[in-house]
Design a binder for this molecule. Structure first.
Ligand code: SPD
Length: 430
């Protein structure tokens, strides 16, 4: 009877922990290198001040969208706030994995989400999913472009201005590619379809939805030509390889580029970044509350805190990425009179049609006009992932296989020789 009672109690405890709340813990799952971690204890203090409640942040990181998605989609992990990219937000919306955000629950005077919204970002988020307004389920955190980070001492502006640079034999062995299938597929397809784009028979938007077998095969064939010159498929180490001068060309995100350009400058390595002429993708990462979250209140306050302009500025400065915060305070923090003016009217309104900010951080209107947003492919995503592992798997190449076989053979020889010696020394030992 006692055992039955204990089992029953354990069952109840498990059920509560699966469905119940945990008011004093907030589980945040974010990209690595994507926050100034000193803001986390500050959030704990602020939350206590604002609500009178204790909170402890448990902070974990991921390198690629797909890892995060699978933990939630398949593992039902109980993160309270996560930070997926646009096309993953779309997928999570389509699959009912997100909770609507209750911004109205935050008092007006500290409602930084509402106070600092960018109409541009709101428009983009509306276009994420035509049937569900993503603005009701997510708040943009950082955004940027995908482009080419290059060593400007070794690579000319002209060479870097086309995606074809990633298979340019001149840079073989010095090319880094982001290990992010969608972010590589998009630009390569844009490159391959540049004539159709010029003729107007396809649009960038069409290409973002193009998961046809022919297009996947064309990108695969192209990437197989690229891979022999690849120094690494990287999630986060590429920027450092560039600052150390090991890599000369990196297909990368603008925020990693800003970070690398600054770091490299300090050790005399000259890097630059651009979005190739053929066009590219513009991306947005946003905070969402997954349906398995257990602390919705603290999650909502956390998202709000991230939108406070001073916190947004600190996160930008630490990571190199650009905040989606639409406040003039954030814009003003980035103005540098030595820089050329950039047209940011699309983001901050007419008064920002010529502001002196870093164009890698805030792309000029002309760059944005040749970029498009990635979209969820639904079940076709598996075709892309299979193609990606064929390309990267092949990259292990004959040389890697030869090294593995030789190493295994060497281990066997050593073990056999040792065994013989031992038997020789002590013939009676069993
Ligand atoms: N190290 C943090 C990188 C986050 C960049 N997100 C870009 C996603 C593009 N789909």
């Amino acid at each position: 009877m006692k055992i039955k009672l204990l089992a029953f109690a354990a069952l109840i405890a498990a059920a509560v922990s699966c469905t119940g709340e945990r008011a004093d813990v907030l589980k945040v799952y974010n990209w690595s290198d994507y926050i100034d971690e000193s803001v986390l204890p500050e959030f704990e203090e602020w939350y206590k001040e604002m609500t009178g409640e204790e909170i402890h942040v448990v902070y974990q990181t991921f390198d690629v969208n797909e890892t995060m998605l699978s933990k939630i989609e398949k593992g039902h992990e109980d993160y309270d706030v996560v930070c997926p990219s646009d096309y993953i937000i779309e997928r999570m919306l389509n699959n009912g994995l997100l909770l609507p955000l209750d911004f109205a629950s935050i008092p007006e005077d500290i409602n930084y989400i509402e106070l600092n919204r960018s109409p541009y970002i709101q428009g983009v988020f509306r276009s994420i999913n035509p049937s569900i307004d993503a603005n009701e389920y997510s708040v943009a955190y950082m955004w940027g472009t995908t482009g080419i980070l290059y060593n400007s001492d070794e690579v000319t502006l002209e060479e870097a201005s086309t995606w074809d640079i990633i298979r340019n034999p001149k840079f073989a062995g010095r090319v880094l590619i982001k290990d992010a299938p969608r972010d590589v597929y998009g630009p390569v397809l844009i490159y391959l379809k540049q004539n159709e784009l010029k003729e107007g028979t396809v649009t960038l938007e069409d290409l973002m939805h193009d998961s046809s077998d022919e297009s996947i095969a064309a990108v695969e064939a192209y990437l197989k030509q690229v891979k022999d010159g690849v120094l690494g498929w990287e999630a986060d180490f590429g920027k450092e390889q560039m600052t150390k001068g090991r890599g000369l060309v990196s297909l990368n995100w603008s925020g990693d580029a800003v970070w690398a350009i600054e770091e490299a400058g300090e050790v005399g390595v000259n890097l630059d970044y651009l979005v190739p002429e053929e066009g590219s993708t513009v991306w947005f990462d946003g905070w969402v509350i997954p349906k398995y979250a257990k602390n919705i209140k603290a999650a909502t306050y956390f998202i709000d805190f991230m939108c406070r302009p001073d916190i947004a500025i600190r996160n930008m400065e630490e990571t190199g990425y650009v905040s989606a915060n639409g406040s003039l305070e954030v814009l003003e923090s980035q103005i540098d009179e030595e820089l050329e003016p950039v047209d940011l009217s699309y983001f901050f309104g007419e008064e920002a049609s010529a502001v002196r900010v870093d164009p890698v951080l805030y792309p000029d209107r002309a760059v944005i006009e040749r970029c498009a947003l990635e979209h969820d492919w639904g079940a076709d995503t598996d075709k892309l992932l299979a193609m990606w592992s064929r390309v990267k798997g092949d990259n292990a190449g004959v040389s890697t296989i030869v090294v593995i076989v030789l190493a295994a053979a060497a281990i066997i020889v050593v073990l056999v020789t040792k065994g013989r010696k031992k038997r020789h020394r002590n013939p009676y030992r069993r």
